[in-house]
Design a protein around this ligand. Structure first.
Ligand SMILES: C[S@@+](CC[C@H](N)C(=O)[O-])C[C@H]1O[C@@H](n2cnc3c(N)ncnc32)[C@H](O)[C@@H]1O
Length: 463
């Protein structure tokens, strides 16, 4: 594969696909990023993530500068224009360089006819930009830098948390590590980081979380290749703490890729087996992980290989249980369902471009089907943890309300009753709460500098 493309050319290609609703940013980056030399990949990501993160603002501005929008066949030119504006407003690129590179990008696309137009628009922004932006700030999409429909929903569902949510969604996410407590204590790992000059603080909710003061490449993290730590948000780390599997249990991770929680469940299993027999390897084979997409299943495989654990990995539709289930019941199931990801927009900022209200209905249907089907594989007396990284009640508490109403053998378990640590996290009388107990389950809100938005509800099958 050619790796000598410029980050701008590949960013334009990726952004064009996203604007045309052809897949997500993570899928497109996975597909194209190797076409850029490794030393330029950070810049490629900055371009792509930056334009998506600032899209509502950039889009309103670009539309106000154009006398009429580009035709669909010229979406690549629109991507060039958005990237040029992003550089002018948010990057330290000198103006003349941003404008010249944008003009050259039109030529590289064999659309030299657009050079004058792009040049004129970017120069007009240079002259009048601040005034133009001021004129647009009365639009909710520009004021909050989110699509209007999402602003409305966040305000409606979470009026008290609205400002916190949009502020967190608009920022670069913090880099959070999960320390593999089988191999090293969090304090020792923190001091190893300190010796390398990597500043970090301890997460207060998960026992394995560390937040880095600034992001570093994983190659700089001590023992990363040997599985001493993983990159995982603190809210996501609570899944394994809640399910707390032990070595005697048969586990299912129903929607598993890229395997963050699979790895953590295996670490927890290994800890339990080490306590019982000093043999970490007993954890192997106790966990089945299902994932619909093959390329994402490969990510689980490489994640587990790095951690030194294995599990039964199956590429299948979790709801089509006849294709993958051997009839042996699971004691514990994690269903980290596909969702709107409206609690993790800072990590998936293309949601600001692509997510539409109609997607929610479809996702609710998919979640419902998987939940009902996977429930059949759970042993009576067993537990299913339903999780999403969504802030939308229809995917969370309402989904569970409908499930409980239709499934007579399902009982909700209060997360705060599981152990003293979780009591501290999930009871409602916290001074500085993670989130909020809702009609069913617990809603965590994203927070600048700290955790992502998440939802958990633990269900037990009546024995
Ligand atoms: C929220 S992500 C899971 C994240 C994962 N648990 C982790 O911690 O790394 C949801 C995953 O479910 C997969 N998925 C979607 N529909 C599915 C289905 N019907 N069966 C199995 N997996 C599915 C998606 O491809 C995606 O990888």
């Amino acid at each position: 594969m050619e790796t000598n493309h410029t980050p701008r050319a590949i960013a334009v290609q990726i952004l064009t696909q996203i604007l045309l609703q052809q897949g997500s940013l993570s899928t497109q980056l996975n597909r194209y990023q190797d076409q850029v030399a490794s030393e330029h990949q950070a810049l490629l990501k900055e371009y792509c993530f930056g334009v998506c993160r600032q899209f509502p603002k950039l889009n309103s501005l670009a539309l106000s500068l154009l006398s009429h929008p580009f035709e669909e066949k010229d979406t690549d030119l629109y991507a060039v224009l958005l990237l040029g504006l992003y550089q002018l407003i948010f990057m330290k690129t000198p103006d003349h360089a941003a404008i010249n590179e944008s003009v050259e990008a039109c030529r590289a696309l064999n659309k030299a006819w657009a050079t004058k137009l792009v040049n004129a628009i970017l120069r007009r922004y240079q002259r009048e930009g601040n005034q133009l932006l001021d004129n647009l700030t009365s639009m909710p999409s520009v004021e909050f830098n989110h699509p209007k429909w999402l602003v409305k929903r966040y305000k409606k569902h979470w009026p008290d948390q609205f400002q916190q949510i949009v502020a967190a969604n608009n920022q670069h996410p913090p880099m959070c590590l999960r320390v593999n407590l089988n191999r090293v204590s969090r304090e020792t790992y923190l001091s190893e980081l300190g010796k390398l000059g990597i500043k970090a603080v301890i997460g207060i909710h998960s026992r394995s979380a560390l937040y880095l003061e600034s992001a570093v490449s994983v190659n700089q993290l001590p023992g990363f290749d040997d599985g001493l730590c993983s990159i995982q948000d603190e809210s996501a780390q609570l899944a394994a703490e809640i399910l707390n599997p032990n070595v005697t249990e048969n586990l299912l991770d129903a929607c598993a890729a890229p395997g963050g929680k699979t790895g953590h469940l295996l670490e927890t299993l290994a800890q339990s087996s080490a306590k019982n027999s000093k043999d970490e390897s007993i954890a192997e084979g106790k966990l089945t992980a299902i994932e619909l997409e093959r390329w994402r299943l490969d990510k689980i495989e490489s994640n587990l290989a790095r951690l030194g654990y294995s599990a039964e990995l199956i590429c299948a539709d979790a709801s089509d249980i006849n294709t993958w289930w051997n009839g042996e019941y699971f004691n514990k199931v994690l269903l980290d369902a596909p969702c709107s990801a409206t609690g993790v927009i800072r990590r998936n900022p293309d949601i600001k471009i692509n997510r539409k209200p109609a997607d929610l209905e479809a996702l609710v249907g998919i979640q419902q089907t998987i939940l009902h089907k996977v429930w059949q594989t759970l042993k009576p007396g067993g537990y299913l943890l339903y999780a999403t990284c969504s802030l939308m009640p229809e995917e969370n508490e309402q989904q569970i309300a409908a499930f409980l109403a239709s499934q007579s053998d399902a009982l909700e378990v209060d997360l705060a009753t599981l152990n003293p640590h979780l009591l501290k996290l999930f009871s409602d009388d916290q001074v500085d709460p993670l989130g909020k107990k809702v009609s069913h389950g617990y809603q965590i809100f994203p927070r600048t500098e700290y955790q992502d938005g998440f939802y958990y509800c633990l269900l037990m099958k009546d024995a």
